[in-house]
Design a protein around this ligand. Structure first.
Ligand code: 5RP
Length: 305
């Protein structure tokens, strides 16, 4: 067994990795189809994305806010850059005329009823992702988890299939309940996922050292939302993540569990694409929320009067 090296310290977050010929970090040597799919998800103008994550049902069933995706999520589609969902929801609920890029959940296995969630397998053929015109696929990788090796192997098999088809793979750092969520862990997990071929990585924000997580990962990182926070807190987290090198967000509960999801996704988009400060974005959220409430009051009065 080789002696483990000390982790390096030279992250140089102020010296961004060069991206010659294509705007996305680490993507300039990919094939045309892969680049084209990435360009559908990551806005070429800002180089960033607001992905709306609604895949929770793949292990949690009808999660709060996703009980009726037709009612709660379909109206939000025009406001996101891409939707992260399961193929079941795509086929059964998302209108096929929708022009938004779809990134499909490609792993599954244990439900929320089990303690060990790392026992996943690949749960979708790449052929089906292509048939569904997917812009990408996403898969959990449980670094340090009980089924670490299998989850890494699931991802590498998906990456091989994705390279054959031109479909990018988003590797997701899945953290066990008892594991420490710090920059050291996420540097390790994100780097392993990128080294083993994922075209981009979804990971959580950490207050200390997030810029070292993004700097040491040679492909784009999108910030995972996590559990529902107060709106200002969630906007601050998204702001800090993009200012510290994330290429956008893949947020779910902090959008669809907000008291005003439409206002929240617009505020998140302003932070991600326009570098709006959290305070300004929160003001935008409040003014859009007030406007939406006024419109529903007019509709309610018209319907009852
Ligand atoms: C967990 C996942 C999800 O199932 C989901 O996308 C999480 O979104 P959020 O935490 O923002 O609600 O990828 O790793």
């Amino acid at each position: 067994m080789p002696e483990a090296d000390q982790e390096g310290q030279r992250y140089a977050p102020d010296q961004p990795q060069a991206t010659p010929g294509f705007y996305l970090k680490g993507s300039h040597q990919l094939d045309w189809g892969m680049k084209n799919r990435l360009a559908r998800v990551f806005d070429p103008a800002s180089g960033r994305t607001v992905m709306l994550a609604v895949d929770h049902g793949y292990f949690q069933g009808p999660t709060t806010g996703l009980e009726r995706i037709d009612l709660s999520i379909v109206p939000l589609l025009p406001s996101c850059d891409a939707l992260f969902c399961t193929r079941g929801i795509l086929r059964s609920v998302i209108p096929a005329h929708c022009q938004k890029p779809m990134v499909l959940r490609a792993s599954g296995g244990p439900s929320i009823l089990r303690d060990e969630l790392s026992d996943e397998q690949i749960a979708m053929d790449m052929d089906d992702a292509v048939r569904l015109n997917a812009a990408g696929v996403g898969i959990q990788v449980f670094i340090g988890g009980e089924h670490e090796t299998r989850s890494v192997h699931n991802m590498t098999r998906l990456v091989d299939a994705g390279l054959r088809a031109g479909v990018p793979v988003m590797g997701i750092t899945a953290v066990g309940k008892t594991m420490v969520r710090d920059a050291k862990y996420f540097r390790l997990a994100c780097r392993i996922i990128a080294e083993l071929g994922a075209q981009y990585v979804k990971t959580y924000f950490v207050e200390d050292g997030f810029e070292t997580v993004t700097a040491s990962c040679p492909v784009p990182i999108v910030m995972a939302g996590g559990k529902k926070l107060a709106e200002l807190e969630a906007l601050t987290m998204a702001y800090n993540a993009v200012q510290q090198g994330a290429a956008g967000v893949d947020m779910g509960r902090n959008i669809f569990q907000s008291e005003a999801p439409q206002a929240m996704i617009a505020a998140v988009a302003a932070v991600v694409h326009k570098n709006m400060t959290p305070k300004e974005a929160f003001e935008l959220f409040n003014s859009l929320k007030r406007r939406a409430a006024a419109v529903s009051e007019v509709v309610r009065t018209a319907n009852t009067g």
